[in-house]
Write a protein that binds this ligand. Structure first.
Ligand code: NAP
Length: 279
């Protein structure tokens, strides 16, 4: 089940449609006995219309149908109502419910490569493969500039899938794992260089799965085409925030991407944000 947040045009049309009919009840008393239309007193809130089913409502479709001639990056964050992706001790399993996990696996099945920072490998030792849906597992990419990845971590196991480690300079070779060296800026590996290096190696659709530091760097660099925020009805009240980006100086400078909203099974809500559309 999904519904589209109204754009400006929809919002105006909806407000018009919802204007209270002219009647004695729809007018408020004004000065000297004159009445004011209800619309001038307060604007009605636009109604969000639910849209059911259909491939056009599948939030993975834009990923599957992305233009193959250029890289396409989708990032995902599974978070609580208060915007946390892990507890203070780093525990994140499981903030989200079954519907959100199914969605994550569908995303993995739709991309060529899944990228995580080494912090996620250290915290979760994820497998990063496709298990909850049909489809082949993507290549696995770990950004590990300081060679902190533990030997024997599950995402580097040899199961026939390509594996990459991204570094700023050559380090110890790992058997069967492709080392990719990308340029550094201010001690950080440039996300655009990571995307370009993966694209050169045939990775056109890329999922940045976490964690917070990695996704925030990709967002700050303008390297995310689509951001999927999966919100679970859970309040942590403390813990790791989902995004920690460069500060904006004023509310007007905040990003307002064009967004579709999907209610997933298990009561999580997906905000599918098109970072190339909106303000
Ligand atoms: N709920 C979710 O959706 C979700 C998903 C994934 C992870 N998580 C949680 O998130 C937490 C981990 O997140 P995190 O923010 O601590 O770590 P992270 O983003 O997984 O990894 C960050 C580290 O990766 C390296 N790195 C990533 N991008 C880099 C770049 N452009 N340039 C240089 N280095 C880069 C750096 O390693 P160095 O420090 O070695 O320089 C950086 O400190 C865990 O608690 C995990 O459970 C939650």
């Amino acid at each position: 089940m999904s519904f589209k947040a109204p754009d400006e045009h929809d919002s105006r049309r909806t407000q018009g449609a919802n204007t209270a009919p002219a009647s004695a009840d729809s007018h408020l008393a004004g000065e000297k006995g004159k009445s004011l239309p209800r619309q001038e007193a307060f604007a009605p809130v636009p109604v969000h219309h639910l849209v059911h089913g259909g491939p056009e409502c599948d939030p993975v479709t834009p990923v599957r149908e992305a233009d193959p001639s250029r890289p396409f990056v989708v990032a995902q964050l599974g978070q609580s109502l208060d915007g946390r992706i892990a507890t203070v001790s780093g525990e994140s399993r499981w903030i989200n419910g079954a519907g959100a996990l199914d969605h994550l696996h569908a995303l993995r099945a739709a991309v060529d490569a899944v990228v995580v920072g080494v912090g996620t490998v250290l915290a979760d030792d994820p497998r990063l493969d496709v298990r909850r849906t049909e489809g082949r597992s993507p290549a696995r990419v770990i950004i590990d500039p300081r060679n902190r990845m533990p030997a024997g971590c599950r995402c580097l196991r040899d199961d026939g899938v390509r594996r990459f480690v991204i570094r700023g300079e050559p380090s110890d070779a790992i058997v069967g794992v492709e080392e990719v060296i990308v340029s550094q800026q201010d001690g950080s590996l440039a996300p655009a260089a990571v995307v370009a290096a993966l694209f050169e190696r045939g990775m056109r659709r890329i999922l940045v799965e976490g964690g917070a530091a990695t996704i925030s760097r990709f967002m700050d660099a303008g390297c995310v085409d689509r951001l999927h925020v999966l919100v679970a009805p859970l309040i942590l009240g403390s813990g790791k925030p989902g995004l920690d980006m460069r500060p904006v100086e004023a509310l007007g400078m905040a990003r307002r991407p064009a967004t579709r909203i999907h209610v997933l099974g298990g009561s999580d809500v997906l905000f599918d944000c098109d970072m190339r559309q909106g303000h």
